[in-house]
Design a protein around this ligand. Structure first.
Ligand code: PLP
Length: 381
């Protein structure tokens, strides 16, 4: 059994993917070919933003967005501590300071009450200038953008939605990757919409940001390619990857999101009496980048994970260490918050196999095996 079965997906989409790869090879347009333009058009349509700009990966996408706003040393950028490293890494890379905010353990997303408190504290201290909030749609669940937008307006901050895992989720029918002033996603193979290598994209309604981003992703080019007007990056999406993503986007829209939701519901129905299952607030839909449960203790989690492994059921721990506990930030003195919730969640979270090519029998088997292991653990204690 695979944790995320990319080969099963390829078998279903093989003819279309192979044909597109061949057409890129035949065209000779390996950089910025027609497939890239077509993909950007379809992505913007699906998400519901005016513009989509593809780039080399989801980390670059975040960095490019911060470069649009000229984020630099002395700026404070508010990020959840419970996320993948990229969200804070790009802030540090540009010389700015990430301010880590605790997690709401029910949704796994940034705690908006603590976010507001953190912004106020940074303002009071007066050492850094608050500039950006980067909410993450963790595990596919959109963050609380209603509260976040209110807080951002109050403090006059930009919102950069990190939708690397969120692509496909919705709030009141509005799609993830449309909630930021700029929003980003990743096409890393294991993400909800993945390619066969690295890839990423940015979304915005702003013509001004769009113009800047098209320049920044190609070395800060001017209207004439060999006149560079600013310092940029080399961050394009390969035409081959765009060719692979086009049929995958179609499958994502046609049936994959529906399947993800079906299997997530089934897991929740079977497991809700036994563990803490993911909570999706009213009016929201998750894209189920991960299906993550909470156990009672770290010891219980270790036991369950080992027993499931013996039954050939792969599980993952996303994430074992919140960012403020990472070695890279050990000398860091900007933890304004106690960050207790994310430290606890990191000890008891466990992600189960989740992808659209599961079937009801397999989900049954995984859930029932998990319940059995929980009973064994309780009996052994
Ligand atoms: C995967 C991921 C990224 C980075 O995307 P890459 O394409 O791997 O660079 C950023 N943020 C989050 C939350 C992610 O899960």
């Amino acid at each position: 059994m695979q944790f995320i079965d990319l080969k099963a997906q390829y078998e279903v989409l093989k003819d279309e993917i192979d044909a597109n790869i061949q057409s890129v090879l035949d065209s000779g347009q390996y950089m910025m070919g027609d497939h890239v333009k077509q993909l950007e058009k379809e992505l913007a349509e699906y998400v519901g933003t005016k513009h989509c700009i593809t780039c080399a990966n989801g980390t670059d996408a975040l960095q490019l967005a911060l470069m649009v706003w000229n984020i630099k040393a002395g700026d404070a950028v508010f990020v959840p501590s419970f996320t993948f490293y990229s969200t804070a890494e790009v802030v540090s890379l540009l010389g700015a300071t990430p301010i880590f905010v605790d997690t709401n353990p029910r949704t796994f997303n940034i705690d908006t009450v603590k976010l507001d408190q953190a912004i106020q504290k940074v303002k009071q201290e007066g050492k850094l200038t608050p500039k950006v909030i980067i909410p993450v749609d963790l595990f596919g669940q959109p963050a609380d953008y209603e509260s976040i937008r209110r807080i951002a307006n109050k403090h006059k901050l930009y919102v950069l939605e990190d939708g690397a895992q969120g692509f496909g989720g919705t709030i009141d029918g509005k799609k993830a990757c449309s909630f930021g002033d700029i929003s980003t996603t990743s096409f890393f193979p294991a993400k909800p919409l993945g390619c066969y290598g690295d890839g990423g994209a940015l979304f915005t309604d702003s013509d001004e940001y769009y113009e800047l981003l098209t320049s920044l992703r190609v070395h800060g080019k001017g209207t004439f390619k060999y006149d560079n007007v600013r310092v940029g990056m080399n961050s394009r999406l390969d035409t081959l990857q765009a060719g692979i993503l086009l049929p995958k986007l179609k499958a994502f829209k046609d049936h994959e999101m529906e399947k993800r939701n079906l299997f997530a519901k089934q897991y929740t129905m079977l497991l809700k009496e036994h563990v803490i299952t993911p909570y999706v607030p009213e009016g929201m839909e998750s894209s189920w980048a991960q299906y993550t449960i909470l156990l009672r203790s770290e010891e219980e989690r270790t036991f369950i994970q080992e027993r499931l492994k013996k039954k050939q059921i792969p599980t993952m721990i996303y994430y074992p260490k919140p960012l403020h506990q990472q070695s890279v930030y050990q000398d860091y003195d900007f933890n304004l918050d106690e960050l207790k919730e994310c430290e606890h969640v990191a000890k008891v979270c466990l992600s189960l196999p989740m992808h659209p090519y599961l079937d009801t029998e397999t989900v049954n088997y995984i859930a029932n095996s998990l319940i059995e292991c929980l009973k064994e653990y309780q009996n052994e204690k």
